[in-house]
Write a protein that binds this ligand. Structure first.
Ligand SMILES: *Cc1c(COP(=O)(O)O)cnc(C)c1O
Length: 367
């Protein structure tokens, strides 16, 4: 640190130079985050100092967190679900596995995840000392249900299914998986970090949530398709009392027990997540999702006319292609899957105009 501070003007001209180095999302097709909704920004600013880590000091904010969980629980066909707002899918997945590992109490617990699982499960299993067993994907990159049963044994504390994979935007056969886990008495955690705020707004809706009796918990990230500010994820569980397994005493805070992983937590982001859902309602969210899905279909169709074959027909707004790594027009951000497919995500900032611009430049490259 410098002895004396610098002027506000000097400081902010430095910050704005740095901000210019950031991407502004305009040509970003690789991200599951997006520009927050203006309503989210306004709500966040209003609650910028709120700390959910000490809810007795921020009673209003804490009650909005409860409302957010209630809205999400209702959306997922279980208004009585327990839950809290996490820092994102990584924390939600970790905390879900933590609950089920404790519940099982096995000395050598294992978790069965699909091959397509997000890398957060690797972190969670490392931290919790869980053996991670993977189930191979089928040719559509969905979990192969046949191999699931072979991977499970008496030390399996949890099975994971993905409602909207990060790489291919497909939904695992969650109904079939949930029947197997339900019969076996093993908890099923659904990672809907991305898909949780897409699938309920699709027509027809694909079963993935608490309506399936085998589903025990769900991770969903408002800071992806919920257009909240960052960080806001959430973890919902079928039985609120399960969070008791994670409680620690917090003697010097206003509330004496805490089940969250983080201590200090952003109230602003959580209020922003609630605000967007309230403001848009079911119909507003449906319109956003419909737009993203339409753009996804348009991109796939456009790319195929240039000879880039789709890797799979996605369930959600993620499009993947067979393409060489040198095939992206300059200035555009796409990403690559572990299997080497070009991956794009049609988030709300990726408008129809952006898609047409990308396709035009792809066409010019080929010419
Ligand atoms: C994004 C994502 C995660 C991780 O979420 P973070 O908010 O980045 O921690 C986990 N699972 C899936 C399926 C995701 O798409």
């Amino acid at each position: 640190m410098q002895k004396n501070g610098i002027s506000e003007e000097e400081l902010f001209s430095f910050l704005s130079l740095k901000k210019d180095e950031d991407s502004n999302y305009h040509h970003v097709l690789s991200s599951m985050c997006t520009i927050p909704h203006p309503i989210a920004v306004r709500a966040h600013q209003m609650f910028v100092e709120a700390n959910l880590g000490d809810p007795g000091l921020f009673v209003g904010t804490a009650s909005i967190e409860e409302l957010l969980i209630e809205r999400l629980g209702t959306l997922f066909h279980h208004p009585e679900a327990g839950g809290y707002a996490t820092s994102g899918g990584t924390e939600s997945n970790l905390q879900a596995l933590r609950i089920f590992a404790k519940m099982k109490g096995s000395r050598r617990p294992n978790v069965v995840v699909p091959e397509s699982a997000h890398f957060s499960f690797e972190k969670a299993c490392d931290i919790l000392s869980l053996e991670m067993r993977t189930v191979p994907s089928d040719e559509t990159f969905r979990m192969g249900v046949d191999a699931l049963q072979e991977r499970m044994d008496e030390n399996t504390c949890c099975v994971v299914a993905i409602a909207g994979t990060t790489e291919y935007g497909v939904i695992d056969p969650i109904k079939a998986v949930s029947e197997i886990t339900h019969d076996a008495g093993v908890p099923l955690h659904v990672d809907a970090a991305f898909g949780g705020l897409v699938i309920p707004f699709l027509d027809p809706e694909i079963p993935f949530d608490f309506a399936l009796p085998g589903v025990s918990s769900i991770a969903v990230d408002p800071h992806k398709m919920g257009m909240s500010t960052i960080p806001c994820g959430s973890l919902l569980v079928r039985e609120p009392s399960w969070f008791g397994l994670l409680n620690v005493e917090t003697p010097y805070l206003t509330v004496k027990q805490e089940c969250t992983l983080a201590g200090t937590r952003s109230g602003g982001a959580v209020v922003s997540a609630f605000a967007v859902l309230e403001y848009l309602g079911m119909n507003g969210m449906k319109a956003v999702v419909e737009g993203c899905m339409k753009n996804t279909r348009r991109l796939i169709e456009g790319m195929e006319t240039y000879g880039y074959r789709r890797a799979v027909t996605p369930d959600l707004n993620v499009a993947t292609f067979e393409a060489g790594t040198g095939t992206v027009p300059p200035g555009w951000r796409v990403s690559w899957t572990r299997r080497g497919h070009m991956r794009t995500v049609m988030m709300p900032h990726v408008t129809r105009d952006v898609i047409e611009e990308f396709l035009r430049e792809i066409g010019e490259m080929d010419a």
